[in-house]
Design a binder for this molecule. Structure first.
Ligand code: ATP
Ligand code: MG
Length: 190
């Protein structure tokens, strides 16, 4: 979709332009908001994306989750199948290493395959969101496919900087909606 392609470029340019220090501070604000959510209470196992490039940073969040006694899942990209495969890791600072396209992924020796039914909550990255919960990803459809396979009641929480929120994302039938987006300034319940 040509529209999506243009929008991706534009939003990524804005996100990349945020100074590193600002991304760090805003990521910490997003993490604080996340831990105060009722959706976090009572979860046992969480899949969180491992941030790459200028995405909202999640390492500190992962460390806190493990401290809180949560099981932590991370994904490996399977480009042949266009799927994300999930693994459990114990130490987010040691067990994630650059993989496909340089994206951090669980180290083989330090991770265990899990079943998708074990996932209680997902924190998803994006290029951008609109206030209706439409999500623009990187164009592979990886998260769209993953959400189709998860239990329908699993909360999906999107992380984004305000710079990534746009008036409208052109959504297609296969695009998963995200009911809750957390930014440095607010919660967007869609
Ligand atoms: N659930 C699905 N089943 C089959 N094909 C899909 C599915 N979701 C997406 N696709 C295909 O994958 C391609 C990319 O999808 P899309 O443009 O929505 O990616 P995206 O949401 O931006 O990326 P991602 O989810 O990886 O962050 C499209 O050609 C689409 O037809
Ligand atoms: Mg999509």
């Amino acid at each position: 979709m040509v529209q999506k392609k243009h929008l991706r470029k534009e939003i990524l340019k804005r996100r990349d332009a945020l100074p590193a220090r600002e991304r760090e501070v805003k990521s910490a604000q997003i993490a604080r908001r996340f831990f105060a959510l009722p959706e976090y209470d009572g979860t046992r196992a969480i899949f969180v994306y491992a941030d790459f490039r200028s995405e909202v940073q999640t390492r500190g969040l992962m460390v806190q989750m493990v401290r809180d006694g949560r099981r932590l899942f991370a994904s490996r990209t399977d480009p042949a199948d266009r799927r994300l495969v999930l693994f459990e890791i114990d130490d987010p600072l040691r067990d994630l290493i650059p993989g496909y396209m340089g994206i951090p992924e669980p180290r083989g020796e330090a991770s265990r395959a899990i079943a998708l039914e074990e996932v209680d909550l997902v924190v998803t990255p994006a290029v951008g969101y609109d206030p209706s919960g439409n999500r623009l990803g990187y164009g592979g459809g990886y998260y769209d496919r993953l959400f189709e396979q998860l239990r329908a009641d699993v909360p999906r929480i999107g992380f984004a900087f305000e710079a990534q929120i746009v008036r409208r994302i052109p959504a297609e039938a296969h695009d998963a909606r995200i009911p809750l987006i957390v930014t440095e300034d607010r919660l967007i319940r869609t």
